[in-house]
Design a protein around this ligand. Structure first.
Ligand code: 5GP
Length: 189
């Protein structure tokens, strides 16, 4: 998606060799018009799938998923991080290792919000090692729902997330795939 790639080049900031900060338009300040274009592009790419629900993970996936959901006309469910007393035991859960924070967190989704009949699209901001998606897929499997695919805004193609997901038979659609960003220079696939 050219518009997105241009924005990454203009406003993204490379930290070290493998972290991209996009706080200017995606992860802190949010460019809603760009998110609308992102939502339309996800809808175009998954127009052949019958989606009943979008699943994401707090916090940065929520805004992206909500705007995309307007084009799919489906609800959004987001996995909560950490254990919450007010969620009770009626939850599906999985452990997710965070690449950026170097901690493992338990994510939970109430059993009330994913049904066996659901056909689910996972949406997230980044794909790195695939741990967040793997956790969400584990939750979908616990619910015996169907995974239709994964929609990612920015994939770091030099990390193994796509490979892990595709070898498990998962369809992955990324709107911008970064080939390398060593030395502060970004290249796309
Ligand atoms: P994974 O679980 O695929 O290893 O990493 C994806 C998750 O980690 C995303 O939910 C995202 O929030 C975070 N993440 C991974 N790499 C980056 C990055 O380069 N920049 C930012 N802002 N977040 C990242």
């Amino acid at each position: 998606m050219e518009l997105l790639k241009k924005r990454i080049v203009k406003d993204g900031r490379v930290i070290g060799d493998d972290i991209l900060k996009v706080d200017m338009f995606l992860n802190h300040q949010i460019d809603v018009e760009l998110l609308q274009e992102i939502g339309k592009e996800f809808k175009r790419r998954f127009s052949d799938s019958e989606i009943t629900k979008i699943l994401t993970i707090e916090a940065s996936g929520i805004g992206i998923a909500c705007i995309a959901a307007q084009y799919f006309s489906v609800p959004v469910v987001f996995a909560k991080k950490g254990t919450h007393r007010n969620v009770g035991n009626n939850v599906y859960s999985a452990d997710v290792y965070s690449f950026t924070k170097d901690v493992t967190t338990t994510i939970t989704v109430s059993k009330d919000y994913i049904q066996k009949e659901d056909k689910i699209l996972i949406i997230d901001d980044f794909l790195a090692n695939g741990a967040a998606c793997a956790g969400l897929i584990e939750i979908i499997n616990q619910a015996e729902a169907q995974l239709e695919g994964v929609g990612i805004v920015i994939e770091k193609g030099f990390q193994p997330g796509r490979q892990a997901l595709e070898s498990a038979g998962v369809r992955v659609e990324s709107l911008a795939v970064i080939k390398s960003m060593g030395g502060g220079t970004l290249t796309f696939e």
